[in-house]
Write a protein that binds this ligand. Sequence first.
Ligand code: HEM
Ligand SMILES: [Cu+2]
Length: 635
Amino acid sequence: MNLPSIGQIPSDVVAAWIFTIIVGIVLLSWLTKAKKWPVVFEYMRTTHHRKIGTMYILFAIIFFFRAGMDAMFIRTQLAVPNNDFWVFQGDKYNEVFTTHGTIMIFFVAMPLLIGLMNVAVPLQIGANDLAFPYLNAISFWFFLAGGIIFNMSFFMNAAPNTGWTAYAPLSTDTYTPGPNINYYILGLQVSGLGTIFTAINMIVTVIRLRAPGLKLSRMPLFPWSTLITSSLILVAFPVLTIALFLLMFDRFYGTSFFTGEIGSPVYWQHLFWIFGHPEVYILILPAFGIFSDVISNFSRKRVYGYTSMVIALALIGLLGFMVWAHHMFTVGMGPLANSVFAITTMLIAIPTGVKVFNWLFTMRGGVIRMKTPMLFSLGFIPTFVMGGVTGVMLAVAAADYQYHDSYFVVAHFHYTMVGGTILGAFAGIYYWYPKMTGKVLDDKLGRWHFWLFLIGFHLTFLPQHFAGLNGMPRRVYTYSWADNVFIFNAISTVGAYLMGISMLFVIWNLYKTHRYGKKADGDPWDGRTLDWSVASPAPEHPFNPMPKVKRMDEFWYCKIKNKKLEYADDPRPSPISVETYQPIMLAGVMMALSIAFIYHWVWLQVIFGIGALAFLVIRSLTDERRQAYREEEKP
Ligand code: HEM
Ligand SMILES: [Cu+2]
């Protein structure tokens, strides 16, 4: 047991405690005064896809502010040479970039996209809910439990400090003996399990629950990207699970998978990147799906080259699994392996290029409306193209010896992750916000958000290419005047603050919209797909009666022909949503179990382990569907 004792705790942790306690008290008293507790309890026991999706997005935004603060600290420390900002030097700096990267990937980008899938996919395919609503609630609470476990580390002054990749041997107990990396392992393990469940849920939903007549070849592109992404998750995440288990065994039980005579740190790199590379496609493909639907909607045209769009999605997904070692050109795999991985990596540019041209052709000759979701989509195209170009540069194995672990890489992946995933998530949030809450976000404030964010983004990350080319390594907390990178870092820091300011417009927008915004009708964007044929916010049982689909964008063609959607007379029985506290309780048990592992409290491991299994048994013995299906099957 090595809990920190008062007196050795650095001032940033103390500040965080004080801040959190004050915010907690304010929040609790507001909930009580505004009589919001019934709403809280309703969301705690819900299994409804829209409510769960909304919670995913809400907590992802909270984590976005948390990891964004980390980014601000990093950038402030790096603003000028030889800087000494607050405590963020040395190992503290390692902690900050580690929590920043890990939280952004696992607890911001992933839940933003999964949240949007939850809200939109069932509505777009004419399903009344996901295939397994109960499992969906488990997924969500596991994500939140994992996020809380990971973030707790900071409050216990034990934040993980080996980078989001947790490279061995640094991450083994020889070099990082404290509980820090245990938080990383258990946090990702619990949330990863939730992600795997979501993938299963999405695949079954898209395959089984489409409205009658909505063939796969007529399905909008966001559900398509969800289907393909979920398949990637099902292959990639179990690899992460296994890698984390092996690392845990090395740390806890004295095995040596990643060190010693037989084990090797390079094994960790292979396992991590066999997961990690597909992971970046898991983050980008749903964003591609969102952009396709948004661009087609706001150009009043059906998406150009639909079939090639689907094939490109699938090809990117497939190639994504064949390129992981481009992260390892410098570990000494030899020229043959390096060449193979270089070539497969470059091949991905082809389907990606197809998609970019299809988006441009979709707009060509269209009636374009510049609403906020469309702005984010338009901002994405050139940004992502730049990220793609630097990606191909990095794929040149010989050149990568120069770029590797420099700020050039940092610039590259932020161009793809922020310029792709985050812009996509913003586009999706502004687009589907009426479906979540029944209100349309203010367009003017949305524009402010967009322009400040986009300008801030390029100011932040464009100069980092040059800092990298000038030799600035990533993961360093200071540099000197002689390094010739001051001006790039200074601009970068200004840009980061601009991005920070842009997020204040989101808060203002949420406040303004809910205080003064009017109620939206079901179809505020003059949409094409089935999600816009139901009320806003989406009701609990939206497709009753069930529409019948005879072509792509059926809803749109019915509108322009002034006809009503036709209805099917023999729809499939719908999944049954229940109200239950079991998922949140199970997630609580998983959290307690994780803490027992993090601090090696064996008795608690046994008790909470049994507790978790008990939930499995209880769930195996209940089946709320039996009764309901029997009702629906009656003639
Ligand atoms: C919002 C503005 C952001 C700023 C100003 C920012 C800034 C930075 C900086 C300066 C680093 C390098 C730290 C170092 O190597 O010393 C970094 C690392 C990283 N960032 Fe960001 N970032 C931002 C957003 C994001 C987002 C949205 C994501 C992912 C979706 C992300 C993912 C990462 C990852 C994975 C790392 C690598 C961490 C590591 O080296 O272990 N960042 N960020
Ligand atoms: Cu990669």
